[in-house]
Design a protein around this ligand. Structure first.
Ligand code: BES
Ligand code: MN
Ligand code: ZN
Length: 500
């Protein structure tokens, strides 16, 4: 992965292939952002005018490359647009910095080292620039014969206070979190013939060894013996059997325990209720929730946060094999509740039900589940943001504001009581589908049935933002995005700080 360093020398004096400066869009044309001073001096103060002549406006995501003048060690200057800044004169916000750093890093693929001379007065700015650059530099090339174009080798953040403890910590946080978002992206992008439930569990075991996590894997025998009817039912049509993984980070002085639960369908064909063409091609992304949970647990460990975090990964492949669950079958879930399966494509809620009951047995202070659960949530919110549902309005607000601060777009959604009866079953305790209208909320209400009494719980439906099919922008690549990792880690930090 791309290395992240904090530079002690000035942007002009730094030995690098390129130096990145920020451009702000203004009413009178582009103007340079703080951090660009040394580079601008080498242009005799004419860099903004030169950029304007070249057609630059400072618009978000705009990248202009120009040869560096004498006085700048790097060969190339990369001017990246930060967009408009608030009228009150405050500088670009954290998300503008992340996006600009991401766009610049992507435009520098193939280069060895670049100095990032974006605004970095505060530690939070340094963290934003570092995070955006590392996320933007990401590339998934494992399946390309030539290895693809190498990502930018090193990001040197030119900090205002490179020896400041807070600035150093900001760089460490950015590196820990971004590398884990990128771990989640790698898992999501890995094709489903290679990332089976078993292979996913093996990857967790490897990381557990490396980062001192406790890991337990229930294989198909243990799942049958333990009565995990949801996970087994979904996985029984596949040639590659399911797994339930528990991966735990503990801190000796922790006062809070969080449980993160992830939907880990390594491929969702729909099962017997087979998806039509056009809906199958990206369904390797259906384990994005489990990937986010796993990555968040590792990031929490890397940061050594004073909190316990237990990750539960419900891993199965949803296939229409001869042994597959049929519409009409009744499954007995972990804990004893029965579910009539009326649509085998509503499989995420079935694997999550087992995992939520199991996670609840340990009585954590809060449970957050993450799942690419419904197409309905994409219809409601578009593909750029996840929906947040909860049994506690205060907690839902906390998750929403936390996500916003991390640059993860989301929106609070209700769990309307009236929809509960729409998944009544004539045969079993409940059915796995209900009203089509508000389908994302119906799925949330289904999950709520399996959360332990009195436990604070939130459900993130990430079906929209988990996998980006359009052109890359900012720090968002094509393919797996790693959405929700940063929100989960931020929640773990808040719990460690005793905020809830
Ligand atoms: N994995 C899908 C949801 C999904 C759709 C994720 C598109 C990402 C992109 C989920 O398992 C599913 O198939 N949900 C069904 C539920 C329905 C049958 C009640 C859906 O949303 O159509
Ligand atoms: Mn499905
Ligand atoms: Zn699914």
């Amino acid at each position: 992965m791309t290395a992240l360093t904090l530079s002690t020398s000035s942007a002009a004096a730094l030995r690098a292939d390129a130096v990145v400066v920020g451009v702000i869009k203004g009413p009178k044309g582009p103007r340079l952002a703080p951090g660009a001073e040394a580079v601008d001096s080498a242009f005799d103060g004419g860099l903004a005018a030169t950029l304007e002549t070249l057609g630059a406006t400072g618009g978000e995501g705009e990248v202009t490359k120009l040869p560096a003048p004498a006085g700048v060690k790097a060969a190339v200057v990369v001017a990246v647009g930060l967009g408009e800044t608030p009228e009150d004169g405050s500088g670009p916000d954290a998300e503008a910095l992340r996006k600009a750093a991401g766009s610049a890093a992507r435009a520098l693929a193939g280069a060895k080292k670049a100095a990032f001379a974006l605004p970095a007065a505060e530690a939070a700015d340094v963290e934003a620039v570092g995070t955006g650059a590392l996320l933007g530099a990401y590339a998934f090339t494992a399946y390309q014969a030539d290895g693809g174009k190498a990502p930018l080798g090193e990001v040197a953040v030119v900090g205002a206070k490179p020896r400041d403890k807070a600035h150093k910590a900001a760089v460490e946080r950015a590196a820990a979190v971004a590398s884990e978002v990128n771990r989640a992206r790698d898992l999501i992008n890995t094709p489903p013939n290679d990332l089976t439930p078993k292979a996913f569990a093996a990857a967790v075991k490897d990381a557990a060894k490396e980062f001192g996590l406790k890991v337990e894997v229930l294989d198909e025998k243990a799942l049958i013996k333990g009565g995990y009817g949801g996970i087994m039912g979904v996985g029984q049509g596949s040639a590659t059997p399911p797994r339930l993984v528990r991966v735990a980070y503990t801190h000796a002085d922790a006062e809070r325990t969080l449980a993160f639960v992830g939907k880990g369908i390594t491929y969702d064909s729909g099962g017997i209720s087979l998806k039509p063409p056009g809906h199958n091609e990206t369904m390797k992304c259906d384990m994005s929730g489990a990937a986010a949970v796993f990555a968040a647990v590792v990031a929490t460990a890397k940061l050594g946060l004073r909190v316990n975090v237990t990750g539960w990964l419900a891993l199965a492949e949803n296939m229409p094999g001869g042994g597959a669950v049929r519409p009409g079958d009744v499954l007995r879930m972990y804990g004893g509740k029965t579910v009539e399966v009326l649509n085998t494509d509503a499989e995420g809620r079935l694997v999550l039900a087992d995992a939520l009951v199991r996670a609840s047995e340990e009585r954590p202070d809060a449970i957050v589940d993450v799942a690419t659960l419904t197409g309905a949530m994409i219809l409601a919110l578009g593909d750029g943001r996840f929906g947040i549902m909860s049994n506690d309005d205060g907690f839902r607000t906390r998750v929403h504001t936390t996500a916003l601060a991390e640059g993860e777009d989301s929106w609070p959604m209700p769990l309307p009581k009236q929809l509960r009866k729409t998944f009544d079953s004539p045969t079993a305790d409940i059915a796995n589908i209900g009203a089509r209208q508000g389908g994302g909320l119906v799925a949330g209400l289904f999950l709520k049935e399996f959360v332990g009494e009195g436990i604070t719980w939130a459900h993130l439906d990430i079906a929209g933002p988990a996998f980006h099919e359009g052109a890359p922008f900012g720090y968002t690549p094509k393919g797996g995005t790693g959405t929700a990792v940063r929100t989960l880690v931020a929640l773990a930090r808040q719990a460690a700080d005793g905020a809830f």
